[in-house]
Design a protein around this ligand. Structure first.
Ligand code: FES
Ligand code: FE
Length: 441
């Protein structure tokens, strides 16, 4: 049953001539818009499912919701990673109720139909009740199209999705490479996810996660805490915002101290610090000075449309942001790290992950509180628009510009109007259009 009416008037007002970019608050508050997002965005795009390291061995699996659908990502006994609908082909029950584990087969608890970890139906109790037309091969688990890029596994529910994952990711691959290259033997998700919610629209958290403009204002307690310790403050030294095509964006900033972890935090014992410097030196050998500097010397936030953020600063956080309703989201965060990391550095990484970007850390509670405050502010329906035009009139975008958010919204707008997301050349379309505008000025 289609319970849809089209998005009536425009939601996104993109005026390159006047350097104005506004989004109607109904994009965040209207349940009809939220319902349409599920079919026009989440049923069409490639969506992040998880990281290959979460299913390291044949038989490992995780189960989670992706785009509002329960799925299982399993590595079969043949070593292949597949993404299945977590729903029994008999009468629909979840065939997997554990968040993660190891299994040769999945048994549906309702009538005990049993499926191999490659998705085949292998056992049916009381089979004598079925006629000759009943073939087990017709009742395997429904499999979603999936693929991975550098260890990051995505799936799409659109059988007509015209793009390969790599095409879909467009310019975001450059940033996934900068993350995946941080270990020669591979990256891994540190066990244990943080799950929390916020009473705000999911897109507010996407905007917030790639927004550097707010850092000094909203997180001033954190900044002053670091300053009070007499260690280096995370002073902004430079960097840039990027539109990466197809709704993806990033910003990159060169912080006051080097990576792979934030040196400026006070708790680095000198011997750990020198080991970290040795790690950084190995990057120079592997990649040459320039790329090594970019990998180890810059922080970055990568936004992959529609709902994945990878924040590679003070450790690496993978944040999946899911709509629950127009005014409610759920957030799942995990930490990513080099598999071969020095144990002391790993401990520091975990502590940074928890104390900064964790749901009870220094930063995230501020962010959650402020996106909830925006959502409440929208109740004043006379103030209809958010403005996201910062940096639109500039030829070279700075990290604090709202360019990545504009790239997100332009793609959102195209998809919500059933438009094709095809550009002649996916990357930098937004940026080029804005630059031309700035030059005309
Ligand atoms: Fe799964 Fe019946 S619903 S076995
Ligand atoms: Fe923040």
């Amino acid at each position: 049953i289609e319970l849809q009416r089209p998005v009536g008037d425009r939601i996104v007002f993109d005026d390159l001539e006047n350097f104005s970019f506004r989004v109607d608050h109904r994009a965040y508050t209207d349940e009809d818009v939220a319902a349409q997002e599920m079919t026009k965005i989440f049923d069409r795009c490639w969506l992040y499912v998880g990281h290959e390291s979460e299913v390291p061995a044949p038989g490992s699996y995780v189960s989670r919701d992706v785009g509002g659908r329960p799925v299982v990502m399993a590595r079969g006994s043949d070593g292949v990673i597949r993404v299945f609908a977590n729903s029994c082909p008999h009468r629909g029950a979840l065939i997997c109720s554990q968040p993660a584990g190891q299994a040769r087969s999945f048994r549906c608890p309702y009538h005990d139909w049993t499926f191999s970890n490659q998705g085949d139906l292998v056992g049916v109790p009381l089979p004598d009740g079925y006629g000759p037309g009943f073939r087990k091969s017709d009742f395997g688990l429904a499999r979603h199209r999936s693929d991975s890029y550098r260890g990051f596994v995505f799936a799409t529910f659109d059988p007509e999705q015209p793009r390969t994952l790599t095409e879909y990711l467009a310019g975001a691959t450059e940033y996934l490479d900068l993350i995946a290259d941080q270990s020669e033997v591979g990256m891994e998700v540190i066990q244990g996810a943080q799950l929390h919610g916020a009473r705000a629209n999911w897109k507010l958290m996407m905007e917030n996660s790639v927004d550097i403009y707010h850092f000094r204002a909203l997180h001033k307690r954190y900044v002053s805490y670091i300053e009070s310790l007499g260690t280096m403050a995370p002073r902004r030294r430079g960097g840039f915002a990027r539109a990466l095509g197809r709704g993806h964006g990033a910003n990159e900033l060169v912080p006051a101290a080097a990576r792979p972890l934030a040196y400026w935090t006070p708790m680095f014992p000198p011997e750990v610090r020198s080991r970290m410097e040795a790690t950084a030196a190995r990057f120079v050998e592997r990649f040459g000075a320039e790329r090594a500097q970019r990998i180890t010397g810059a922080n970055r936030a990568l936004m992959i449309f529609p709902n994945l953020m990878i924040i590679d600063a003070i450790g690496i956080t993978i944040r999946k942001i899911d709509p629950v309703s127009a005014g409610q989201m759920s957030i799942t965060s995990v930490a990513l790290a080099p598999k071969d990391e020095d144990p002391d550095i790993r401990e520091l990484r975990k502590s940074h992950y928890l104390t900064f970007l964790g749901p009870a850390g220094f930063a995230t509670p501020d962010d959650i509180e402020i996106v909830e405050s925006c959502q409440r502010g929208y109740l004043n329906r006379t103030l209809r628009f958010s403005d996201l035009s910062r940096g639109m009139a500039k030829e070279v975008p700075e990290t604090t510009d709202e360019l990545p958010a504009r790239e997100f919204w332009r793609q959102w707008d195209r998809l919500m109007h059933d438009g094709d997301d095809d550009h002649e050349e996916a990357q930098d379309v937004t940026q080029r259009a804005e630059r031309q505008g700035a030059q005309r000025r």
